[in-house]
Design a protein around this ligand. Structure first.
Ligand code: SF4
Length: 285
């Protein structure tokens, strides 16, 4: 059964599993909960949350209107909208990049209880993991580390060696995308720290939009910000950041798939160097 067919068929089996009225954010009446789609494990298919949400046309139109209205808003105002509208079912994923650190700093000021998580692939740099402790000391926020089902050793044993060397798409899928799907269970919206000027893929990011892959509302408060604005805020407020940025790594991911860049290279040139891959798949539709 094709994925599209499965989604169509699961939509016809839709059931109303909405929580009690007191637990509902304002958006809920516009959403309906549907059964998980068969075939959701496909690398290029939808990775629906559990339970996945199917947005109505009016809900999508409302998101589009909100997005347009927030085009000129500050990242703080966009985050405030997200918290007002979707908390307590609003979450944020962070890889502890400079952009993510600025969002954590902003959330710490007015919504420090927002659940924030990291996709802990098992391949992160020690410097990245140490940043979690610095966030805790500075803001009192505990970033939840969400791990895949298998340890690195188990995963590599299962596949006869490091999958990132032969099939990084599969590795990212297993150790990031599937983990996000589980981490976002029960959530309606997630914030990402992407900027439109980072890559062609990210150019089209809406401030507020529907994330087809994860069946969640996706909010990108920094979509209109530049790298300079991010670093200005970090400097002004002494926001903690990954020391690898001072050693030639403008973008830091897992250590096997990240190298330092030379002057003049694109800021994401050090990610999956040698592969055509430029994104882990979290931010592509
Ligand atoms: Fe695997 Fe590399 Fe993706 Fe990390 S970035 S999950 S090591 S392929």
């Amino acid at each position: 059964m094709g994925l599209r067919t499965a989604i169509r068929q699961s939509a016809t089996r839709r059931t109303d599993m909405n929580p009690a009225p007191s637990d509902r954010p304002a958006v809920l009446p516009l959403l309906q909960v549907v059964s998980p789609a068969a075939g959701a494990e496909q690398l290029d298919g939808a990775l629906a949350a559990d339970p996945p949400l199917e947005p109505s046309e009016s809900f999508l139109a409302e998101l589009a209107a909100d997005s347009e209205r927030l085009e000129a808003a500050t990242p703080q105002a966009i985050l405030k909208y997200a918290v007002d509208r979707f908390a307590p079912r609003f979450t944020m994923a962070t890889a502890f990049g400079p952009e993510g650190m600025t969002l954590i700093h902003m959330l710490a000021e007015f919504a420090p209880r927002t659940p924030i998580f990291n996709l802990d692939t098992g391949y992160q740099f020690p410097e990245t993991l140490e940043l979690r402790e610095r966030v805790k000391r500075r803001y009192g926020i505990e970033i939840e580390m969400k791990q895949p089902d298998t340890t690195v050793a188990e995963y590599e044993a299962l596949h006869g060696g490091p999958v990132y060397k032969t099939d990084p798409n599969r590795c990212c899928f297993d150790r990031k995308l599937r983990v996000l799907r589980t981490a976002a269970r029960g959530m309606y919206a997630w914030a990402s720290a992407i900027r439109r000027d980072q890559s062609d893929d990210r150019k089209r990011a809406a401030i507020v939009g529907w994330d087809h892959k994860f069946q969640l509302v996706k909010i990108s408060p920094l979509a209109n910000w530049t790298k300079k604005e991010v670093w200005n805020l970090i400097t002004q407020h002494d926001i903690p950041y990954n020391p690898l940025h001072d050693r030639g790594y403008p973008s830091v991911g897992c250590w096997p798939c990240t190298r330092s860049v030379q002057i003049g290279e694109d800021e994401r040139a050090g990610r999956w160097s040698g592969f055509a891959k430029t994104e882990c798949g979290l931010h592509t539709s």
